[in-house]
Ligand binder design. Structure first.
Ligand code: SAH
Length: 518
């Protein structure tokens, strides 16, 4: 039994410490706060108990005393308890109180520091909190004290001029009071100030001004935010990197199946985008493995194995391994993959593909196979493990040239469960509501079935009013055509029909200021 008081870092889940992450991974119970990135909770063991005790403004789920008791209670059950707190537990986080309570109850604890908001949020806003030519002193204060209570805990007369950089936590509501005190005690009204809300997250917003005008400029900023006061703020002009990333501030919807969404989502996030995963499709096993098993058992009768999707590869090889086979069963069979991701998946099974077209559509696969067989495709036996709803163009084209094609249903693409699409924001709004409000910049489609199912889920009649409010982006011409047929106007289309190609197209499509989606 032990309690770990762990700093989760300021918001970007990547800013937790290695030690902190290790604690999350071994926890039996995780008790976490409002400012903790929920991404981090995905690292917990599936059987871990996860308890939210957040305090947001004046609404508390549990009072501090109750939290203290909960920590002790769970530890006494012999559990590894992780108390996960925003930033650093001991910086305005009441971590000290929790630790004292544990000591009082004789419960062993450890403290794992975290990166505190006063350092990290400015860093992500392009502000080093100390800088040799500006200041070598740094003060971190709470702006939460109640000015009406009379008497003040903060020595404003000293703080105003003795400390170069002053960072205030919890000071949004009291900003006019804080600014007033600093000016009253001799700080120049030209002192640069930045207010940073949701620092280090995709929602980061920064307002810059001076002590003279920041109150007016930041009047719409709500908590959580920190305020940085001092000459260092002016370095932001040169050092602002995070908010300058190409997709910063953009909200992008990924409609592909949950299992496949993460690479795509990560690429977009690295460019600064806020990604909403809204899976429209789900990949499930074929109803009957019979035909696939039969084909796999006589693989040596085929000349070609043609893959047109990563899912097809995965399902085919899983079945081959399930039947007791390995790469050797493919001896003598040539392999064609539609594009680099599919070829990459094939290579995971120690097979090199023999051919891959230069453009990643079925039409080009046909051309490539024709090139590969200069003597003609007549009589060639070709195996194609694919989706139940795959296009008939390729098998038909090959048959016309005299090939013997065996199509296999390697997987099925079905409408995703509605429960998978619930997480569209803290306020619990539906995707359609957010689309209507113009909160979404781009909806991406990576296959025809993502388009079809998106239209089905959102409702065709609801899409009419969205013109100009959102861009629709497609991975290539086939997907675009399906969209067009369903009345969706595609304004961004990948030139290379891959996920990186789509990311590039989205970036270019939005890179232009005031990009026009109509
Ligand atoms: N222990 C935390 C601070 C908790 S006090 C830490 O070390 O960072 C809560 C206050 O921290 C908020 O009101 C806000 O002022 C500040 N804060 C925490 N996370 C923040 C973030 N991502 N962006 C801006 N301010 C943040």
């Amino acid at each position: 039994m032990k309690v770990y008081l762990v700093g989760a870092g300021p918001g970007d889940p990547g800013l937790i410490t290695v030690k902190g992450l290790g604690c999350i991974k071994k926890a039996d119970v995780i008790i976490y706060d409002y400012l903790v990135s929920e991404e981090l909770l995905k690292e917990a063991r599936p059987e871990a108990e996860i308890i939210y005790v957040g305090k947001q403004g004046s609404s508390h789920t549990l009072e501090q005393e109750e939290i203290n008791q909960l920590l002790a209670e769970k530890a006494r059950e012999g559990k590894v308890v992780v108390r996960l707190k925003g930033g650093d537990p001991y910086v305005f986080g009441r971590g000290g109180e929790e630790a004292l309570h544990l000591v009082e109850k004789g419960i062993p604890f450890e403290e794992v520091p975290g990166i505190t908001a006063a350092i990290a949020a400015p860093a992500y806003a392009g502000i080093p909190v100390t800088h040799r030519t500006c200041t070598s002193t740094l003060g971190m204060i709470t702006g939460h004290e109640d000015p009406t209570k009379g008497g003040t805990a903060l020595p404003w007369d000293k703080l105003a001029t003795a400390v170069g950089t002053l960072v205030t936590y919890m000071g949004v509501k009291n900003l006019p009071y804080i600014v007033g005190e600093l000016l009253k005690h001799g700080r120049s009204k030209d002192t640069p100030v930045a207010v940073i809300r949701w620092g280090t997250t995709v929602r980061q917003k920064t307002v810059v001004g001076t002590l003279g005008d920041i109150v007016e400029k930041a009047k719409d900023i709500e908590p959580p935010a920190i305020t940085v006061i001092g000459e260092v703020v002016s370095l932001r002009e040169k050092l602002n990197w995070f908010e300058k990333r190409p997709l910063f501030g953009r909200t992008i919807v990924v409609t592909r199946a949950r299992d496949q969404a993460s690479d795509f989502a990560r690429e977009l996030e690295e460019l600064g985008a806020r990604v909403i995963e809204f899976p429209t499709i789900q990949i499930v096993a074929p109803k009957d493995f019979g035909p696939m098993d039969k084909a796999i058992k006589k693989l040596d009768t085929f000349q070609w194995l043609v893959f047109t999707s990563v899912n097809g590869v995965e399902s085919f090889f899983n079945r081959l391994l399930h039947l007791g086979g390995d790469a050797r069963w493919l001896k003598g069979v040539k392999v064609c993959a539609i594009g680099p991701a599919t070829a990459g998946e094939v290579s995971r099974y120690s097979i090199k593909v023999d051919c891959q077209p230069s453009k990643y559509v079925a039409e080009e696969v046909l051309e490539e196979l024709k090139r590969q067989e200069p003597g003609g495709l007549k009589g060639r036996r070709i195996l194609m493990p694919r989706a139940d709803i795959a296009r008939s163009f390729l098998p038909q084209g090959l048959q016309k040239l005299g090939a013997e094609v065996t199509e296999l249903v390697a997987y099925r693409t079905v409408l995703a469960e509605p429960s998978a699409q619930k997480t569209t924001g803290r306020r619990g709004e539906t995707l359609l509501e957010r689309l209507k409000k113009g909160e979404i910049d781009v909806v991406t489609f990576t296959s025809s079935s993502t388009v079809r199912n998106f239209v089905e889920i959102v409702g065709k009649e609801n899409l009419i009013g969205l013109d100009g409010k959102v861009c629709f982006a497609s991975i290539g011409p086939i997907t675009s055509k399906t969209a067009q047929e369903l009345g969706l106007k595609i304004t961004i289309e990948a030139k290379e029909y891959t996920i990186p190609g789509l990311v590039k197209a989205v970036k270019e499509g939005l890179g232009v200021k005031d990009s026009n989606c109509n």
